[in-house]
Design a protein around this ligand. Structure first.
Ligand code: UP5
Ligand code: MG
Length: 190
């Protein structure tokens, strides 16, 4: 018998749209393992890996790290988790990420959760986060927005064309956003 493929939900949205915040809530209620591609890359920098400096420079510029690096970290985290349900947060960020993940893992997402939020609101959130992220300064934030619009939104559009996008208005308070998220994950009862 073939091994059962894991369930993957991609969680996408602009910088500061609330991906990490909402994923923490989903984990508590629905038993998924949360894998933030950005967190995995930051951990890789801190581990002193030979790729660390390259990753750090790319994050500082808001650029997308080569797929092979990110996919290797995601696969390793999936294997080590022991779970078979994953929220992949902040990945895929461009068409090449998307195609490479599918090619390497043969996994297609069950659906894509997309947090829709105005740029002004995202900028406000990032500038007041104060968690010492090297990319939370106005110059890098502007670069992150540009990359999001040019490279990441087309991935959302691709999945939308396949009917896989669940779009959430993420500009509301955290609890209200989670009510909408819950409605997507909860088993439907008539
Ligand atoms: N907050 C959250 N929800 C709120 C709400 N509803 N109302 C008011 N405030 C709210 O939230 C951001 C802040 O807003 C927090 O202070 C929160 O309390 C508040 P958070 O949940 O952290 O938002 P999130 O969408 O996760 O924002 P994040 O900054 O993590 O998004 P990015 O997509 O920019 O960052 P990520 O870590 O995914 O990527 C960083 C960089 O890594 C990228 O720019 C890129 O250089 C690199 N990267 C890759 O190269 N490849 C990848 O695959 C992934 C990342
Ligand atoms: Mg995040």
């Amino acid at each position: 018998l073939a091994e059962k493929k894991p369930t993957v939900v991609f969680v996408l949205g602009g910088p500061g749209s609330g991906k990490g915040t909402q994923c923490a809530n989903i984990v508590e209620h629905f038993g998924y393992t949360h894998l933030s591609a950005g967190d995995l890359l930051r951990a890789e920098i801190n581990s002193g890996s030979e790729n660390g400096t390259m990753i750090q420079n790319m994050i500082k510029e808001g650029k997308i790290v080569p797929s092979e690096v990110t996919i290797r970290l995601l696969q390793k985290a999936m294997q080590e988790s022991g779970n078979d349900k994953f929220l992949i947060d902040g990945f895929p960020r461009n068409e090449e990420n998307r195609a490479a993940f599918e090619e390497v893992t043969k996994i297609e997402p069950a659906f894509v959760l997309f947090f829709d939020c105005a740029k002004e609101e995202m900028e406000r959130r990032l500038l007041s986060r104060n968690q010492g992220r090297e990319d939370d300064n106005i110059e890098t934030i502007r670069k992150r927005f540009k990359v999001f619009l040019e490279s990441s939104l087309p991935v959302v559009e691709y999945y939308d064309s396949k009917g896989k996008v669940r779009k959430i208005d993420a500009a509301r308070p955290i609890g209200e956003v989670f009510e909408s998220v819950k409605a997507i994950f909860a088993p439907k009862n008539e």
